[in-house]
Design a protein around this ligand. Structure first.
Ligand SMILES: Cc1cc2nc3c(=O)[nH]c(=O)nc-3n(C[C@H](O)[C@H](O)[C@H](O)COP(=O)(O)OP(=O)(O)OC[C@H]3O[C@@H](n4cnc5c(N)ncnc54)[C@H](O)[C@@H]3O)c2cc1C
Length: 307
C-alpha cells in the first residue's frame, strides 16, 4: 500500500528545509525529497555573510545545520532521489518516489529552486568541468596561483570573484555592461581586492582550449575589438533559471518558467504550494527562500487542518 504523508516537500534547499522544520514541528508527517544533495544553491556559496543571526558562515555549514534541524523535528529526508508527479489534483495527491514507489500526501510544497544560467555557447558546454565552472566554493582551489576570469556583474559574481582571489593569482571580472548590477558594497569589496581586475562592456564570444580551457575570447562592445584573454579557469555567474521543467502541465508557470503563487505561496492547485527561487519573485536570497518556506508550510498546515 502507498505510504501516506501529511506533506511532501520537493527540494531540500533553504526553502524546502525550512518548510520541513515548520511542518514537522507542527507534527505533520513530512517527507522532503531532493534529486541532488541537501542545501541546493547554498552548497555553491563560499561565504554567507548576510544571514541574520550568523555573522559569517559557509553555505555548506548552513545547509548541514538546516538539514539537521529538519531531521531533529522528525522530517524524513531523501537525497539523490527522483520524484515524479502523478496527480496533484487528486485527494490525496499522488507522487512516485524512486525506491518508494507511489506515495500520497495531503499537501505538496514545491521548492525546486534554480540553477546557474549558462551563456549557451558550444565551447562553454565542451569545456564545462575542464576549466569552466559555476561554483567558486566547489572548484576555486583547483586554480591556485593561476589567472582566471569571473563572468557577470551582479552581487554573486563580485562576491564570488573576491573569494576566488584567495586562490588565483589574478581574477579578471568580465561584464557585459559598462556598469555593475551589484550593490555598492559588493562593488567596493571587489575594487578593494588587489588581485581583482575589471573588463567592462565585453561580449564573451567563446572559450578556447583542446582538452582544458586556455583562453576566453571577448569583444569590446564600445570599440568592437576582439581580444583573447589567457585563463585557466572561467567562473560564470550570470543569474539563474528556475528548475520547473517537471512542473510543466501541473502548476501554472509564467513565460520564464517561474511558478505563480499568491501571498500564501498557494499555486493554482488547492493544497499545492511553492516556495523559494522556483516561484515568481524579485529578490532571490537565502533569507527570502527561508521566508517563503515558512509561509508555504504554515499555509499547508492550515490546508491540512481544514480539510
Ligand atoms: C554562487 C551563488 C552565491 C550566492 N550567494 C548568496 C549569499 O551570499 N546570500 C544569500 O542570501 N543568497 C545567495 N545566493 C542565493 C541563494 O543561495 C538562493 O536564493 C537560495 O539558496 C535558494 O533556495 P531554494 O531553496 O529556493 O532553492 P535551491 O537552493 O535551488 O534548492 C532547490 C533544491 O531542489 C532540488 N530539486 C530541483 N528539482 C528537483 C526535482 N524535480 N525533484 C527533487 N528535487 C529537486 C535541487 O537539487 C535543490 O537541492 C547565492 C546563489 C549562488 C548560485
Amino acid at each position: 500500500m502507498a505510504r501516506h504523508f501529511g506533506a511532501v516537500v520537493i527540494g531540500a534547499g533553504a526553502a524546502g528545509l525550512t518548510a520541513g522544520i515548520y511542518l514537522a514541528r507542527a507534527r505533520v508527517k513530512t517527507l522532503i525529497v531532493d534529486e541532488g544533495v541537501a542545501g541546493g544553491q547554498m552548497v555553491l556559496t563560499h561565504a554567507v555573510a548576510n544571514y541574520p543571526g550568523v555573522e559569517e558562515t559557509s553555505g555548506a555549514l548552513l545547509s548541514r545545520t538546516m538539514r539537521a534541524q529538519a531531521k531533529r523535528f522528525g522530517c524524513e529526508i531523501l537525497t539523490q532521489t527522483a520524484t515524479r508527479l502523478i496527480d496533484l489534483n487528486a485527494a490525496p495527491k499522488r507522487l512516485e518516489v524512486e525506491g518508494e514507489g507511489e506515495i500520497t500526501a495531503d499537501a505538496v510544497i514545491i521548492a525546486t529552486g534554480g540553477r546557474p544560467r549558462s551563456l549557451g555557447l558550444e565551447s562553454e558546454a565542451r569545456l564545462k568541468g575542464q576549466g569552466i565552472s559555476y561554483c567558486a566554493t566547489c572548484d576555486g582551489d583547483f586554480f591556485t596561483d593561476m589567472e582566471i576570469v569571473a563572468i557577470g556583474g551582479g552581487n554573486s559574481a563580485l562576491e564570488e570573484a573576491v573569494s576566488l582571489a584567495k586562490h588565483a593569482s589574478k581574477v579578471t571580472i568580465i561584464h557585459e555592461f559598462d556598469h555593475f548590477q551589484a550593490q555598492p558594497w559588493a562593488v567596493e569589496a571587489a575594487k578593494a581586492e588587489p588581485r581583482v581586475e575589471f573588463m567592462m562592456a565585453q561580449e564573451v564570444m567563446g572559450f578556447e582550449g583542446e582538452v582544458a580551457l586556455e583562453a576566453v575570447v571577448v569583444r569590446d562592445k564600445q570599440t568592437d575589438e576582439v581580444r583573447r584573454i589567457p585563463a585557466r579557469g572561467a567562473f560564470i555567474f550570470i543569474g539563474y533559471v528556475p528548475t520547473t521543467e517537471a512542473l510543466q502541465g501541473h502548476v501554472t508557470l509564467n513565460a520564464r518558467g517561474e511558478i505563480l503563487t499568491d501571498e500564501g505561496m498557494a499555486t493554482n492547485i488547492p493544497g499545492v504550494f511553492a516556495a523559494g527561487d522556483c516561484r515568481v519573485k524579485r529578490y532571490r536570497q537565502i533569507t527570502t527562500a527561508v521566508a517563503d518556506g515558512t509561509i508555504a508550510a504554515l499555509s499547508a498546515i492550515e490546508h491540512i487542518s481544514t480539510r
